[in-house]
Design a protein around this ligand. Structure first.
Ligand SMILES: [Mg+2]
Length: 384
């Protein structure tokens, strides 16, 4: 099966409210959507979220990488539609192998671009066969339960936000930290939500090694289930030192982009948890590969998201979350809880208790509204 043409969309979808962490405040989605059309007329969609501080990609460099590197390879390939029941990693490897992987000069990895390309081709191939992604990634559960995330803000606002999420039935919260006042912030949120709610922290690399050790020791008494990326991506010996110094499980996010990162983190025993994210890890094949490495090495798992993801990555993430074994925490699927409008005809954001059903429709299981894509596009590039 041949992919014959495509369109690239650079989006700007406003958020309902701004989202802040220790290094960045964001007020709109700048996702990149790749729409591909096959020779039988089937259309598929993929998404990547370029983040200079995660993979090193910018929106511009990501668009250029898709146009100049990935797109020529996609149109040159002859894809075999996936076969249900076969090993998903093997099935996805065929698409992965068709996508070039040049040395990542100037970036950590071209993973947002790769995610957009891989997911678009896969959605298209599955749709052409009237197959759901669930046929390739068989769901192990019927409902996915998402965490609530509390952005960087004052103690008062964070407490209000935490109470609101718990009122909506959410039992797993993640709090963005990284400031000097984290101890009173975490203490106040813990007091407000009680002892039964799971609380995790994400510093987005804001602490120094000594600062992280000192802060995490102070926070241990608040029953924290994980501390994500306490120090910046860098020396694994430093991360291992932080891990050894605290009883709070250490999760890697920015330090885990590629399968090579995963291998090195395992070798150095530098963390307890991996945070997988589809755009960060380069799509389903590489994310599944890293999840498998984690399983073999006894690393615990979270499936996260990029803030601002649309229904395309929300749906792909939903399938992966329903499929993966040993997944302890899931984030994402905010849809119109965060975006002014999402791209799907139906809303697929999580509901009460953070719960959302497994999707069953063809491909990713969401019908994308092409008019809305055009409405929120700041740039549209035609690909032939
Ligand atoms: Mg993170």
């Amino acid at each position: 099966m041949k992919i014959v043409n495509g369109r690239l969309f650079a989006l700007n979808i406003p958020f309902i409210e701004a989202f802040a962490h220790s290094t960045k405040t964001r007020s709109f989605s700048d996702s990149i959507i790749l729409q591909v059309t096959a020779d039988d007329g089937t259309v598929g969609y993929g998404e990547g979220v370029a983040r200079p501080y995660v993979t090193g990609e910018s929106v511009d460099s990501c668009l250029e990488h898709i146009q100049t590197q990935l797109w020529p390879a996609i149109t040159a390939a002859d894809f075999t539609p996936p076969t249900p029941g076969a090993d998903p990693l093997g099935q996805l490897a065929a698409i992965d192998a068709a996508l070039p992987d040049p040395p990542p000069r100037g970036v950590i990895a071209w993973h947002a671009a790769r995610s957009a390309a891989e997911v678009a081709v896969l959605d298209c191939l599955l749709r052409s066969q009237q197959l759901s992604l669930g046929a390739l990634l068989p769901p192990k559960r019927t409902t996915v339960v998402y965490s609530g995330v509390i952005t960087s803000s004052s103690v008062e606002t964070a407490v209000q936000h935490a109470k609101r999420l718990v009122y909506l039935g959410i039992r797993q919260l993640k709090l963005k930290v990284g400031g000097a006042d984290d101890e009173p912030l975490v203490a106040a949120v813990r007091r407000a939500v009680g002892d039964d709610v799971s609380l995790r922290l994400d510093a987005n690399g804001a602490y120094s090694v000594d600062g992280a050790i000192e802060m995490l020791k102070k926070l241990e008494r608040h029953r924290i289930d994980s501390a994500e990326q306490p120090i910046p991506r860098g020396a694994l010996a430093d991360l291992a030192k932080v891990k050894r110094a605290t009883s709070i499980p250490v999760m890697v996010d920015e330090s885990l982009v590629t399968p090579d990162d995963a291998r090195a983190l395992i070798e150095h025993n530098a963390c307890d948890f991996f945070n997988l994210r589809l755009s960060k890890c380069g799509g389903l094949h590489r994310t599944l590969l890293i999840a498998r490495m984690a399983g073999q090495a006894g690393k615990r798992l979270q499936l996260g998201c990029q803030v601002g993801e649309t229904a395309v990555l929300s749906a792909a993430g939903r399938h992966l979350a329903a499929h993966l074994d040993g997944l302890e925490f899931v984030e994402g699927s905010y849809g119109t809880l965060l975006l002014k409008e999402d791209l799907g005809r139906d809303n697929i954001h999580f509901g009460n208790g953070g719960r959302a059903p497994v999707l069953h429709g063809p491909g990713l299981g969401v019908e994308i509204d092409a008019k809305r894509l055009e409405k929120y596009a700041t740039r549209i590039v035609a690909l032939h």
